[in-house]
Design a protein around this ligand. Structure first.
Ligand SMILES: [Zn+2]
Length: 701
């Protein structure tokens, strides 16, 4: 049987043949069990197993999602999976079995009644049922030869000490499980037992143990499939992971849990059906328009926001002063002078220095990234205009913006360091329209500030093709950009004051400023409209939520995060009272997933919101919520966050361009955002308990 060692991972069927006893020789049940254990890697190997962790996918009711299964000595057991987007857990801790089935009940429950209790006890038996079965008082009887779907089997009747019976069908050649039959009871249906057959397949060796990587449960007409992708033998498992969280019953809040549930559903429906958020956005983009930091539009935006909060009836409305840098774009033009002269659409990067009236003329050196730039010689770069031609790709989560953003932020400084006289970048954008995408760049101390602009995407294509012709390309750039003295702006804040714990704060934010180019409809008028509409809906409740919900419209996010920094400084003393922060700043697409950032224990809590978000088409994603840019100072201080991610597939077609206007916003999608934010904000402000704070070092990636 040492041939098991030769068995490679990834092969589906076991290729070797175990010696079959000579014809006529009938095996005893014990002999079969011995061969079975040998085929599974050997009894000795299994006796060394103290804990197991498995991960993979589990399809329940034909929907596939991830599962994690942890098991440990003393029959500690926990299976986390998803049923139709709602979290589900089957577990056993030292006190006995417990479970969560969010479809039946939002809270975790102890399983105390038979036959369900027995069933979960059976499921948690560790590590292998027939290992040392006599000691465990498990009876095994050989029933004779059988057949499952054409596979010859040896069938065993197994009786557990508590009287539960199973029939196992072992492969007559390999002695591994083919199937097992038992009677189970469904949680939704008392009395009648259901016949269940479990199929085992795809046995693989992991550190000397042989385990099935594919398991299927067949009962009624249903088939649930578990596909194992990862197995860890004897991982370090924190025992607390097996423990049932305190139940609603034990905290005496059963009634309030039900009230919370019906209130959440009502708020969600109100959010979905109202089109008021679009009216708010229309008002902001029509009556104010662009709100670039320090401009008259910025001031008009602050006045508009205060008025809007007053009209809604928020409490504690105030403006908190923020000093903002002032930068003026001026006129800007670009043209290729040679080899094939033509005008080029471009725009200065925010904060760029100007070229002076004489303009800047130089030969172009094209690089594909900052890494590529770093490999060039100073002689190649000196006196040239560096064209950083890195493409952003279209993604639903907008992650490509994060990956390419560095060329805009640091490209000019890196090129200047090598002696370049100017920088052009391919716009950080998707789509093909002829609008250049602006966005701030960051000069560095002691490195010369050189003019920098972004080319519209079709214009970047033209420049790329001309450079690729191999002939020297000369470019002329004129930027009228200039810096003025800093001025004052303001972050606008209003609250729904909590009825029981007003000192505890759920923060919901967006940024009030925009770039100077469009009307700031999608960046971030959308966020402003969401924040104000959530506020309006919460004010319509018969009573304020338990905790305070604070609505924050940050000053100047785009050109240096001044509002975010000022807020974190001004509210340093109450950072610990922020029990949750969220920001809407990734455009107006419908929300498709959510993420959280909490301590490990609270992840299950955060997942519980899924049942209220799933009807909106939103699914749980992971624990890497980052908040928006305005929340980064709070994130670094360990404030728990939840991100509701809008579909950003088309966001970067318009982002930071002249084309960021109201017509890009779908009122229905905007309303779906409002519904989602209202649900999470109210859930956090009203529920028993708060999410645990993520560790600071983790919160500071
Ligand atoms: Zn933004």
């Amino acid at each position: 049987m040492r041939s098991l060692r030769l068995f490679a991972l990834g092969v589906c069927m076991l290729p070797w043949v175990v010696a079959i006893p000579a014809t006529g020789e009938e095996m005893t049940a014990d002999q079969i069990v011995d061969r079975y254990l040998e085929a599974r890697g050997g009894a000795d190997a299994w006796r060394q197993v103290e804990a197991l962790e498995m991960k993979g996918t589990f399809s329940v009711v034909s929907k596939r999602s991830d599962f994690t299964l942890i098991r440990q000595q003393s029959d500690l057991y926990r299976l986390d999976y998803t049923m139709q987007d709602l979290p589900a857990i089957r577990a056993r801790d030292e006190e006995g079995p417990w479970m969560l089935n969010a479809w039946l009940k939002p809270e975790v429950g102890r399983v105390t009644e038979d036959p369900y209790k027995k069933q979960l006890e059976r499921e948690s038996l560790f590590p292998l049922l027939l290992l040392d079965h006599k000691k465990k008082e498990i009876q095994v009887e050989y029933l004779g030869a059988g057949d499952i779907d054409g596979i010859a089997t040896l069938d065993l009747k197994i009786t557990l000490p508590d009287g539960q019976e199973e029939t196992w069908h072992l492969d007559a050649e390999t002695y591994l499980e083919v199937a097992a039959d038992s009677q189970i009871y469904d949680y939704t249906q008392l009395a009648d037992p259901i016949q269940q057959r479990i199929f085992y397949d795809d046995f693989r060796e992991v550190e000397g143990l042989v385990l099935p990587f594919q398991i299927e449960w067949e009962f009624w007409a249903r088939l649930e499939t578990m596909t194992v992708e990862e197995v860890s033998i004897n991982p370090e498992l924190d025992v607390s992971r097996f423990s049932a969280p305190p139940t609603a019953e034990s905290t005496g809040s059963q009634t309030s849990a039900l009230e919370l549930e019906s209130q959440l559903i009502e708020l969600r429906e109100m959010g979905l059906t109202s089109r008021n958020s679009f009216e708010i956005l229309k008002s902001l983009t029509t009556e104010v328009g662009p709100r670039f930091a320090g401009t008259p539009g910025d001031r008009a935006g602050v006045e508009w926001a205060v008025r809007a909060m007053e009209e809604i009836g928020l409490q504690n409305i105030r403006t908190e002063p923020v000093q903002v840098p002032r930068w003026v774009r001026g006129d800007e033009t670009g043209e290729i002078l040679a080899p094939y002269p033509q005008p080029i659409h471009l725009t200065a990067l925010g904060g760029s220095v100007g070229t002076g009236e004489e303009g800047l003329e130089a030969e172009v050196v094209m690089v594909s990234s900052l890494e590529d730039l770093a490999t060039r010689s100073a002689a190649e770069i000196e006196g040239k205009i560096v064209f950083i031609n890195q493409r952003m790709v279209r993604t639903q989560d907008g992650s490509s913006y994060g990956q390419t953003g560095i060329i805009r932020r640091s490209g000019p400084a890196r090129a200047a360091e090598m002696g370049a006289t100017g920088v052009l970048i391919r716009s950080l954008g998707t789509g093909t329209h002829r609008f250049a995408h602006t966005g701030s760049t960051r000069y560095e101390e002691e490195i010369e500030k050189i003019p920098a602009a972004a080319l519209a995407i079709p214009d970047a294509d033209v420049l790329e093709t001309q450079v690729a012709s191999g002939q020297p390309v000369r470019f002329r750039l004129e930027l009228g950009a200039r810096r003025l003295d800093d001025v004052m702006s303001a972050t606008v804040i209003g609250e729904v004051v909590g009825r029981e714990s007003p000192e505890e704060i759920v923060l919901l934010g967006a940024h009030l400023d925009s770039w100077d180019k469009g009307t700031g409809a999608i960046d971030d008028g959308t966020g402003v409209a969401i924040v104000l509409e959530v506020a309006r809906l919460l004010l319509g409740l018969p009573e304020a939520p338990r905790r305070t919900v604070r609505f924050v419209l940050f000053a100047n996010e785009e050109f240096g995060l001044s509002g975010a920094r000022a807020y974190a400084e001004a509210h340093e003393d109450e950072v610990d009272q922020h029990i949750l922060a969220m920001e809407a700043d990734l455009g107006p697409g419908a929300v498709w997933r959510y993420r959280a950032r909490t301590d490990e224990k609270s992840v299950a809590d955060a997942k519980q919101v899924t049942r209220f978000l799933a009807p909106l088409g939103i699914t749980w994603h992971d624990t890497t919520a980052g908040g928006g840019a305005d929340l980064s100072p709070l994130r670094k201080k360990g404030v728990p966050m939840i991100d509701l991610s809008p579909d950003a597939t088309y966001y970067f077609d318009y982002h930071h361009t002249d084309d960021d206007t109201l017509d890009k916003v779908d009122p229905e999608d905007l309303a779906q955002n409002v519904a989602a934010y209202t649900v999470v904000a109210y859930w956090a402000a009203e529920r028993q308990g708060v999410l645990g704070r993520p560790p600071i070092e983790e919160a500071n990636p």
